[in-house]
Design a protein around this ligand. Structure first.
Ligand code: GTP
Ligand code: MG
Ligand code: ZN
Ligand code: ZN
Length: 431
């Protein structure tokens, strides 16, 4: 019996390897000549209404036949033997071999290797307009760009109900908006069933592979604890990235408003988000949220760096800025070495500013996080877009040497790199 408990990233029901099901992939058609001589095409293996699939999506569509995988003893693995790779299985109706494996509970398609190796959910949570969507896309963009530097290989997955839901395509669309059209992504709509972004990460050194699952959820879901109970993936997360809207810190908001830098009208008090998480954690002690790595990420940090003098934010000499006073990117994107000091310095700089009554005046907030999470909590300041947006969402880009405006995310990988290091086994080169 294999012990790997697979957690379906669609319905969050766990299942064991041998419970996996297979979906027929036979799209062949046969021509039939009817009595009146007309030629009609009909599928060799017809689709059917599938109750589990339709229950999950609240739909009434027909999908290809789903059948049990009937794993061989070797594929199941024994007490003393590792399970073998799962082979293609013949459809009992048409005989065609298929390697399209689906969750036994909701019949959604999952990557084969995810069934063999399991997956880790890292969730990104945060109130409305806190910057989650733009952050997730910038994070994947940078992960793809700097994967070799970090000793990782990254593959976006191609599973989903249709082309548009595949991570490859979700990303391609969003990447175009931010990095080609140079526009911020818009507000995410509330949906009943979140579409997971599934990313395969493999350490080039240890060969450890894991599937990271992100959900780009609408911030409304996190507004109160009752709704959060529905955010099942949050409970199942191995690690969490909490997006706090920097522009919602009252002191920052006030200073920037005076300079006519408008924060989002929908800005949601970051402390409410914090209260939600804390309450949830206290009411669900058995989930042991505080024993998992939590990256407390202040998004849109470009606004702080660009205005640090007005904000009395003491960052001279910190890892946040370079010699010219510009927002400095992480040093490992150059040399591949993650410096713990650099991450800690940024975290401490933020904690200090939050504590200082003259600066952000949020003492209790920091103390609570430190008390509850200890070494499992860390602060980050990141910028997904590298600069402000104007009233209609155009990103104010910085010019490169050729005078061309480019969108440059800053420090967005830091929270993930720290989480991977905390989870262990990824061979992250950290000093
Ligand atoms: N200055 C700056 N603004 C940003 C940045 N990222 C996001 N924003 C602004 O914040 C707004 C909201 O960002 P989103 O990524 O849509 O926030 P969200 O958390 O996904 O919001 P919901 O989908 O409503 O929950 C964007 O439209 C931008 O105007 C950033 O890195 N810098
Ligand atoms: Mg969003
Ligand atoms: Zn499922
Ligand atoms: Zn079939």
């Amino acid at each position: 019996m294999s012990k790997v408990n697979i957690l379906c990233p669609y319905c969050f029901e766990p299942f064991v390897r041998e419970a996996v099901r297979v979906q027929c992939v036979n799209n062949a058609e046969v021509q039939k000549v009817s009595e009146d001589g007309t030629i009609r095409k009909s599928p060799v293996c017809p689709s059917e209404e599938d109750e589990k699939y339709n229950n999950h999506w609240g739909s009434r569509v027909k999908i290809k036949y789903v059948y049990p995988a009937n794993l061989t003893r070797k594929e199941r693995g024994g007490l003393f033997s590792k399970p073998k790779e799962i082979q293609a299985k013949p459809c009992p109706r048409c005989g065609i071999l298929s390697q399209r494996f689906v969750c036994p509970h909701c019949h959604n398609w999952l990557p084969t290797e995810m069934i063999e190796k399991g997956s880790d959910i890292i969730s990104v949570v945060g109130g409305p307009a806190s910057g989650k969507s733009n952050y997730i896309v910038a994070l994947i963009h940078q992960l793809r760009k700097y994967q070799a530097k970090l000793g990782l290989s990254v593959t976006l997955q191609q599973v989903g109900r249709n082309e548009s839901e595949m991570t490859t395509n979700l990303f391609k669309e969003a990447e175009k908006t931010i990095f080609k059209q140079k526009e911020a992504l818009r507000k995410t709509q509330v949906t009943k069933n979140p579409i997971p972004w599934i990313i395969r990460l493999e350490s080039r050194m240890t060969r450890k592979a894991v599937y990271l699952v992100f959900y780009d959820t609408a911030g409304e879901v996190f507004k109160n604890i009752e709704k959060m109970r529905d955010a099942l993936y949050y409970q199942h997360s191995k690690a969490v990235i909490v997006a706090f809207d920097t522009l919602a810190i009252p002191k920052i908001k006030k200073v920037l408003e005076k300079k006519n830098i408008d924060s989002n009208d929908e800005a949601y008090d970051y402390k409410e988000m914090w209260d939600t998480i804390q309450n949830f954690s206290q009411q669900h002690r058995d989930y042991k949220l505080t024993s998992r790595p939590y990256a407390f990420v202040f998004t849109k940090f470009d606004t702080v760096i660009d205005n640090y003098e007005d904000l009395d934010f003491r960052i001279e000499g910190s890892s946040f800025i370079d010699d010219e006073g510009n927002f400095k990117n992480s040093s490992y994107i150059k040399d591949g070495v993650v410096k713990m000091d650099e991450l800690k310095d940024c975290s401490n700089t933020i904690a200090e500013a939050l504590r200082d009554p003259e600066i952000w005046d949020e003492e209790a907030f920091v103390t609570n996080i430190e008390k509850e999470w200890g070494d499992n909590g860390m602060f980050f300041g990141v910028s997904a877009l590298g600069g402000m947006t104007d009233g209609v969402g155009n990103i104010q880009t910085k010019k490169n040497e050729d005078g061309e405006g480019v969108v440059t995310p800053i420090k967005v990988l830091d929270p993930l790199v720290w989480i991977l290091w905390k989870l262990g086994g990824f061979g992250i080169n950290i000093k």
